[in-house]
Design a protein. Structure first.
Length: 140
């Protein structure tokens, strides 16, 4: 590997599916993140992660679900093999998350105010388990 090359390159992400349920003026109750899959192709050296963001709004039974996929090219396989898959997945998720925050805001910015997910650092978190964040706002 070229010593000046990064150990990986971010190839991009895309929204695979969205199911969005929200009433007028309904606030967010909680949101959660779950890694659903990951894969590595040794031939192409591409690593793909799949994850879902769940939004639960007040007074609505259904959860909104946004499913994403992100791709990375591994330039240094030795580096990839030296860290755990959970660590790799959470690192790659942390790279994609700012884009995902923006995409969710864009989708939810309608007659209601758009949902602005907080800036969070999930490096080192096992995202295969539900990671849930609750709103600290009280109902009015």
């Amino acid at each position: 590997m070229n010593s000046s090359a990064p150990v990986y390159n971010f190839l991009g992400y895309h929204l695979l599916q969205a199911q969005y349920y929200r009433k007028l003026n309904s606030g967010i109750e909680k949101f959660s993140i779950k890694m659903t899959d990951h894969s590595y192709n040794k031939k192409t050296k591409n690593y793909v992660i799949n994850f879902k963001i769940f939004l639960k709004f007040n007074d609505i039974i259904e959860e909104s679900v946004f499913e994403f996929e992100g791709g990375f090219h591994i330039n240094d396989e030795k580096w990839k093999d030296e860290i755990t898959s959970n660590m790799l997945n959470s690192l790659f998720f942390s790279v994609i998350f700012p884009y995902v925050r923006n995409k969710i805001y864009s989708i939810t910015d309608d007659i209601n105010t758009g949902v602005q997910l907080p800036i969070i650092d999930l490096r080192g978190v096992d995202l295969t388990k539900d990671t849930i964040f609750y709103s600290n706002r009280e109902k009015k």
